[in-house]
Design a protein around this ligand. Sequence first.
Ligand SMILES: [Zn+2]
Length: 299
Amino acid sequence: MSEHIEIHKILITAGTHGNEMSGIEYLRNLLSNKKIRAQLLGQESDIGIELALVNKLAIQRRARYVEEDLNRQFSQEKLSALSGENLEHQLAIEFNLAYGPKYEPTRDLVIDIHNTTSNMGPTLIILESDEFHQQMARYVKTNMPEAIILIEDHIPYKQHPYLCSIGKKGLMIEIGPQPQGVLRPAAYLQTEKMTKLVVAFCDLWNKQMLGQLDAVDAFRLTEEVYFPLSSEGEKLAMIHPSLQNNDFIVLNKGQPTFLSFEGDTLVWEGEDNIYPHFIGESAYYHLNIAFALARKTVI
Ligand SMILES: [Zn+2]
């Protein structure tokens, strides 16, 4: 039995990306509306919750970021700089001082809320698969069967450059599909529901009142897949229409993956039983990332 670490300080963040409206609107409501805030956590809890809208200028501009992706600035290397090379780098340094620091964390759990343009459904992204995260995944999925559990533990937790990595534990809520800069009701409601479940889980975890939870299906990130490119770096194809929106649906050898602009179907030549997700995510388009891959597992 591993040490039972209790969760007493939770930081909930949104607006790490300034155009992801479900988290931003939910945080705004939590900050300004006592009734909505009271729904997040019962009175019988000794958990303290802090709320932060992170990249205010990007939110004001309804842009993902001003100069660089903030959610890639929380690496050891970047945080150890004395001053930032751009607005988001500087913001990361300041945010780490205010709510971290990453290597001597003061917050027990950081919940960073995002949304994706991909058809991923309500996704809980966990970065470790220890007992705490295993139990959390089970609790969330049991109480929200439509939830997807995505595990990104291919590198040690603190090696992630994500904002949530400044906590003792950190995770992301990633809801899709929702276009950038707009609120879709389903995304908002799923954001609210999943956030509440994570907080409720922490309370039950502290009180050791979870009981027996059955193992649930999950996905484990393996790699990213790029668009076919010309020698000049221009895309030669788009996502195949039959793959678009099929996030977390199995892909096997020989199935259509890309449709070239000349009309040729390019089929999957990688491994069988693989699960694409972040299919055609808007924020990755300019990076030429077509989708990410995961293997199915249980947690
Ligand atoms: Zn995001």
